[in-house]
Write a protein that binds this ligand. Structure first.
Ligand code: NAI
Length: 300
């Protein structure tokens, strides 16, 4: 059901200002990528502390790009000045596109989309970075489901070239055109996919990570699996990748994908046991590996 974007015609309506909801792992990455490519950005989270955390990560990313010579130091500061930080939805009203990257819970996303639908101009496109929730169900909370679509970035955003543009049965062509255009302006590769568990990439990737967790639950060594995957040519092993994604985020995706297979998957319960102990992977300092200052240490 995926279509490469050569089938999608441009041009679309112009996007100048992008609002990003959620200053976490993905929201901060998306805001940085958007400002880097010259968009005006407004980044919102629910309190000042979370906004400040996102801002610190964005500044670090942009300045390290300048250090690596990807752009000049003054250009990095000019891009950073394009980002406005806020906790108020009122600052989003003139955005041409909203990219939502908040918690992976349907009812929370529906409340937010219903609010955005009321507050923003009807020509603004509303996109969700959801990993696995239904875009149709998110859009059903609005009066304009034709302007609601998925825009699924991968982690870390600055590095990963592919972005899935997810079309629900209710999404209109105009919204898809806008999103394909924006992804290209971000210097990334848009892949238009239909609604469905895991879209395309996670549908392929999760069974692979699922089998790695199954092997660990059967007693295999974390490092043996990850080393084999790396020697095979993967940039990192499946268990290290789960830690980087975040075990809580992966758990939601595993639940959705798990429903595709006739055999019940052991992954949700296995991950839940770790989550119950506060182990969420890289972001909490412990998952399949221990993590210190963002660097992978020994396996647990
Ligand atoms: P995260 O937990 O790092 O960040 C979420 C942020 O959203 C938090 O700072 C939270 O305070 C904020 N938030 C919650 N409600 C809000 C609201 N009403 N308005 C503004 N901000 C609000 O989560 P992460 O990992 O960035 O994931 C965000 C979304 O992106 C989820 O839907 C997830 O499934 C998806 N995703 C995650 C990937 C990953 O590798 N972590 C990859 C691709 C998609």
């Amino acid at each position: 059901r995926a279509t490469w974007v050569s089938n999608v015609q441009t041009p679309s309506q112009k996007v100048e200002k992008i609002a990003v909801l959620g200053a976490g792992t993905m929201g901060a990455g998306i805001a940085q990528a958007a400002a880097f490519s010259g968009f005006d950005v407004v980044l919102k989270d629910i309190n000042d502390e979370l906004v400040a955390g996102g801002r610190a990560r964005i500044e670090k990313l942009m300045r390290s790009a300048a250090k690596k010579g990807v752009l000049s130091a003054p250009a990095a500061e000019e891009r950073l000045a394009r980002i406005q930080y806020t906790t108020s939805i009122d600052d989003l009203t003139d955005a041409d596109l909203v990219i939502e990257a908040i918690v992976e819970k349907l009812n929370v996303k529906q409340d937010v989309f219903s609010e955005l639908d009321k507050q923003l101009s009807p020509r603004a496109v509303l996109a969700s970075n959801t990993s696995a929730l239904s875009i149709e169900q998110i859009g059903s909370a609005t009066k304009h489901p034709e302007r609601v679509a998925g825009l699924h970035f991968f982690n870390p955003v600055y590095k990963m070239p592919l972005v899935e543009v997810v079309r629900s049965p209710a999404t209109g062509d105009a919204a898809i055109r806008v999103l394909v255009d924006v992804v290209r302006q971000l210097g990334k590769v848009p892949l238009v996919v239909g609604e469905g568990p895991g879209f395309l990439v996670n549908r392929v990737l999760f069974p692979y990570m699922d089998e790695a967790v199954r092997m660990v639950s059967e007693g295999a060594e974390v490092t043996a699996i990850d080393r084999a995957a790396k020697k095979f040519g993967m940039p990192m092993g499946p268990l290290e990748l789960l830690d980087v994604v975040g075990l809580d985020v992966a758990r939601h995706v595993a639940d959705t994908i798990g429903s595709l297979s006739p055999e019940p998957s052991p992954t949700p319960e296995f991950l839940q046991r770790l989550i119950d102990q506060g182990h969420l992977g890289k972001k909490s300092g412990r998952g399949f590996y221990l993590w210190k200052d963002g660097k992978r240490q020994q396996p647990v």
